[in-house]
Design a protein around this ligand. Structure first.
Ligand SMILES: [Zn+2]
Length: 209
């Protein structure tokens, strides 16, 4: 009996009938349905020409913009840590980043400056930028982003000190709320020697000016 009922179902799964069902690209049906609902809520018609693929695009782009939630520090660093006797301050400045504020889900973007004092280990410079990206690509507040980058670099390098300063413009302040287009927000996180020693901190600030 069971065999009999299964057989006809299997025969309907021809490649040609499968092809017919895939009319449009589908990425994440639940997410796309939410975006469609959102479009209706803001008074739009999701069926009009320009909006037909919008739910799909938004779902994909949101996944990318929040992909930092699923990346681990080990993956990001990917063994690019090297033994080295260098003991001078290493500074990477003007690392551009793009993030989303967790209060409005609107972008904030700017630059990060990162410095560290090696303690027997150095890191591939591009990895510092990738660490910034990993923490920027999620819902964030700038203060936490700055601290997370500082803590991550402290963790992977066991450095004498780590300094991170970020400066950013926030769309939630520029497009809405107080509507201030030219203000920028600066936050800093100092660890180890950078926290304890004013001269080291001043040297970092001088180099990143
Ligand atoms: Zn905001």
């Amino acid at each position: 009996m069971i065999q009999d009922t299964l057989t006809p179902i299997q025969t309907t799964l021809q490649p040609s009938s499968l092809k017919l069902q895939v009319k449009d690209e589908v990425y994440d049906p639940e997410f796309e349905a939410l975006v469609e609902e959102l479009l209706v809520r803001v008074g739009e018609d999701p069926r009009r020409d320009g909006l037909q693929r919008t739910p799909l695009r938004v779902a994909k782009s949101m996944d990318f913009l929040t992909s930092g939630f699923s990346s681990s520090l080990e993956e990001v660093v990917n063994n690019a840590i090297f033994e080295d006797s260098a003991d001078e301050m290493v500074v990477v400045k003007d690392i551009e980043f793009y993030s989303l504020c967790e209060h409005h889900m609107l972008p904030f973007f700017g630059k990060a400056h990162v410095g560290y004092l090696p303690n027997g280990k150095i890191i591939g410079l591009s990895k510092i930028a990738r660490i910034v990206d990993a923490f920027a690509r999620r819902l964030q507040v700038q203060e936490r982003l700055t601290n997370q980058v500082a803590d991550a670099i402290t963790d992977v390098l066991d450095a004498h000190g780590v300094a991170v300063v970020t400066e950013a413009s926030h769309f939630c302040m520029m497009m809405r709320g107080v509507q201030k287009q030219n203000s920028s927000t600066v936050t800093g996180a100092m660890r180890g020697t950078f926290k304890e020693d004013a001269r080291t901190r001043a040297e970092f600030m001088q180099l990143t000016r």
